[in-house]
Design a protein around this ligand. Structure first.
Ligand code: USQ
Length: 382
């Protein structure tokens, strides 16, 4: 297949390029370098030095003889994006090119406006480019479990049948996001659904939970192929932060009482989920939604796991509860359906002791590069 990956330089985008390329697909990767610029500006760069996308694609080609085509540019520039669609004519487009951080979107008005503009116009442009060049092209869009929030009912896989005054209909599951970033993802889903109803295009929206991990089989081939790994307050997801904090001898930062529960998954499973979705596309006129997670944990359970694994390895891990900078429910009901991706063939990589130990070992190799100032930036929701 011809696969266009938007956001190809990112934490998920780069390993996805390698995953598809390794399996014989033709890959074109596009990125604006937003993450590189933002992390440099905010003093929270990746744990590993990452060669730029062009250099990484060269390393990959030297090692495997497989070519990844790379274009640097911004998908909110429609002329740029449509020229790529016209030249490449993808069978599927994987859209990761969003500002992905909840805290970033809450820093101030300007960052909020950037998040809205980048995420919504990027998605709109992708939909238009598909419609104008090849309406059969399958849009695979990264959504987030955070679109649902933490309702006091079971979370279904995207849709909910409602009976009201004796009549029934099926709707997008009610959403109540917990940050401006998460809200843009809700808006993306609504926009996709509108254009699917109107133009009969096809899409899969993957409602993903927080991802952890720093390697896949492909990135392990060479250090220079590692994805970005952020552990800072802005771009680092919680488990990646906890492991790095433990290695640095910094207290694990549980926000509030730590009962807040999310559905987590290993980076390797993101690869599988996106790949399975591409190989088994949705129907024309269908908005297919999967909940993309493999195991729910509370933040406190994660901290306990990290402490246990870290102490065993001799790190003497300290756990701290700090005042929650976010506005979120800490004690809440959480029961999510996530069977769709398993039905497509997902084989989960669970968070075992062995996975945690390997995680510690890789982060420890880069211990001297950990910037402790990045752990706490003081961003508050209000
Ligand atoms: N948390 C802590 N301590 C920390 C960092 C986070 O207790 O040091 C807590 C947060 O309060 C939250 C939970 O851990 O309750 C998850 O936080 P996170 O920073 O790992 O994840 P989040 O901000 O929700 O965003 C991440 C990704 C985002 C993706 C989302 C999936 O950055 O792109 O959409 O995970 S989900 O959380 O399901 O919405």
């Amino acid at each position: 297949m011809r696969i266009l990956i938007l956001g190809a330089d990112g934490y998920l985008g780069w390993p996805t390029c390698l995953y598809f390329s390794q399996r014989g697909h033709e890959v074109i990767g596009v990125d604006s370098y937003f993450r590189r610029k933002a992390t440099a500006e905010l003093d929270c760069e990746s744990l590993f030095p990452s060669p730029d996308l062009i250099q990484r694609a060269k390393v990959w080609e030297e090692l495997t003889n497989k070519k990844i085509n790379v274009h640097i540019g911004d998908i909110t520039d429609y002329e740029f994006l449509i020229s790529i669609f016209k030249e490449f004519n993808p069978d599927a487009v994987i859209h990761y090119a969003e500002q992905p951080s909840a805290p970033y979107s809450m820093i101030n008005r300007d960052r909020a406006a950037f998040t809205l503009q980048n995420n919504l116009i990027g998605t709109l442009n992708t939909i238009y480019a598909v419609k104008e060049t090849n309406p059969d092209c399958h849009i695979i869009k990264l959504g987030t479990m955070g679109e649902y929030g933490t309702p006091n009912i079971d979370i279904e896989e995207g849709w909910l049948e409602i009976e009201h005054n004796g009549r029934k209909d099926k709707f997008l599951f009610p959403r109540q996001a917990g940050s401006l970033y998460h809200t843009t993802k809700v808006q993306d889903t609504d926009m996709l659904w509108f254009y699917i109803r109107t133009w009969g295009i096809r899409a899969t929206d993957l409602m993903q939970g927080p991802v952890y991990g720093l390697s896949t089989d492909e990135t392990d081939l060479d250090e220079r192929l590692r994805p970005f790994f952020n552990y800072d307050e802005i771009f680092g997801t919680v488990l990646n932060r906890f492991i790095t904090q433990a290695v640095a001898g910094y207290p694990l930062s549980i926000y509030g009482n730590g009962n807040q529960t999310r559905g987590f998954l290993n980076l390797k499973d993101t690869m599988q989920c996106v790949y399975l979705s591409a190989m088994q596309p949705s129907e024309k006129g269908q908005l297919r939604i999967f909940n993309q997670l493999t195991e729910p944990f509370s933040v406190r359970q994660l901290a306990d796991k990290v402490k246990m694994a870290g102490d065993k390895l001799g790190y003497n891990v300290v756990v701290e509860h700090i005042e929650n900078p976010r506005v979120e429910q800490e004690d809440h009901y959480y029961n999510v359906k996530y069977t769709g991706l398993k039905q497509l063939g997902l084989q989960p990589n669970y968070l075992t002791d062995n996975v945690l130990e390997n995680f510690f070992a890789v982060v420890d190799k880069y211990k001297d590069r950990i910037n402790k100032d990045a752990f706490f930036k003081g961003i508050k929701w209000k």
